[in-house]
Design a binder for this molecule. Structure first.
Ligand SMILES: Nc1nc2c(ncn2[C@@H]2O[C@H](COP(=O)(O)OP(=O)(O)O)[C@@H](O)[C@H]2O)c(=O)[nH]1
Ligand SMILES: [Mg+2]
Length: 362
């Protein structure tokens, strides 16, 4: 166990956080000044405000100890009879967090819209005659921010790669299967049921196309969903892909780079997300030979990426936990994939735990 932990720490990337517990302290109220009837300033408050660009990781980075404190109210003085209010602290949270009690799971709020706010901790009132001129402590407690996930695993691939077929092969969901380069619009969620009753959810999302990060087609919506998954499963057709005669025909390798580029352009931190690469349609003619070549190219991916056209060249590479071949249509290779999905998620869960321990949160 100790050994594994050391190894994980070394291998630790920027783990995706979907839950964060914080200690929140409202500011202390300032003392009053009885002689002059002066009232102390109210302590500042900690306020959560939902912002599109915010992440739980950014909060942890700003408050590495997981503790957020608002400013104290000013004492009343001869020069300023009414003490100034302590400064509030505004904490930007991602849109879609649920704020709950870490003790009993009670839900206090859901911040589902940009600029929605929640009072995380109130400041203490300033000292006055009723409190014998002594300022009061602010609220001091813990809250947990939970980010709603769409699924544990997100399928990432161009139209026709075989995402819907794959989802059908691994779960009981029965998504629409199209034989043309069109794509499911709504995410279909499938559940993998393991023999020991463990369940892992998988989201089949509207197919990604080049330029999605720039909001072409359903792109942005798609990427927004992908952001809310813990493990990325990239699916590529071994034979490559061409969206239409107007578009360039891309090889399987180029598609892999192009997918990375889309993810990176949308949100760079996605490149730190654990990922598995699945090469589909291994039942088609010539696929074995192409796969051997591809494996070799991926082995030297740092160099091969330089040969790829600039418009689809990522500046950072996803590090795949595994690269696996399959023929989703015939359920070939699926069992091994299910084992690896689970392994990747477990490894990631352990990394996250370690990181939170390091940050001494909880
Ligand atoms: N030969 C072959 N065809 C496949 C395989 N997996 C999917 N397909 C076909 O590829 C087409 C697109 O599959 P689909 O699952 O709809 O792709 P999606 O757009 O990524 O969801 C369909 O005609 C599937 O039958 C496979 O393993 N082998
Ligand atoms: Mg589909």
């Amino acid at each position: 166990m100790v050994f594994i932990s050391k190894f994980l720490l070394k291998a630790s990337k920027n783990v995706f956080l979907d839950s964060l517990t914080l200690r929140l302290k409202g500011g202390h109220g300032g003392n009053g000044l009885g002689r002059y009837g002066g009232v102390g300033g109210q302590g500042g408050a900690v306020v959560f405000i939902a912002k599109e660009k915010a992440t739980l990781r950014k909060i942890l980075k700003k408050y590495p100890r997981g503790e957020i404190r608002a400013g104290d109210g000013e004492h009343s003085s001869k020069l300023r009879i009414i003490g100034r209010r302590g400064p509030d602290v505004m904490v930007e949270t991602p849109v879609g967090v649920t704020i709950i009690s870490p003790e009993n799971g009670k839900v206090f709020a859901e911040l589902n819209e940009e600029n929605a706010t929640f009072l995380g901790a109130y400041g203490g009132s300033g000292g006055c005659v009723a409190s014998d001129w002594i300022g009061k402590y602010g609220q001091d407690w813990k809250l947990t921010l939970d980010l709603k996930l769409i699924a544990d695993v997100g399928l990432v691939g161009f139209p026709n790669a075989g995402k819907s077929t794959f989802l059908k092969a691994i779960s009981k969901a029965s998504p629409k299967i199209a034989s043309y380069p069109f794509t499911t619009i709504q995410p279909n969620i499938g559940i993998i049921n393991y023999p020991d009753y463990r369940q892992i959810s998988v989201a089949d999302l509207p197919g990604l196309i080049e330029g999605a990060h720039a909001n072409i087609g359903m792109g942005h919506k798609f990427l927004k969903h992908v952001e809310r998954t813990k493990l990325l499963l990239l699916i590529c057709d071994i034979n490559g892909f061409q969206l239409s005669p107007k578009h360039a025909r891309r090889s399987c390798l180029e598609n892999i780079f192009s997918l990375m580029k889309e993810l990176e352009m949308y949100n760079e931190t996605l490149m730190d997300r654990p990922s598995i690469l699945l090469i589909n349609k291994m039942d088609t003619e010539g696929s074995s030979k192409s796969y051997e070549k591809l494996k070799d190219q991926l082995k030297h991916i740092e160099e091969t990426v330089n040969d790829c056209p600039e418009e689809i060249r990522p500046s950072k590479l996803l590090e795949f936990d595994k690269i696996l071949p399959m023929a989703a249509k015939h359920r070939e290779g699926i069992d091994k994939i299910l084992t690896e999905i689970r392994r990747s998620l477990d490894l990631e869960a352990e990394r996250k735990l370690l990181e939170l321990e390091k940050a001494s949160v909880r």
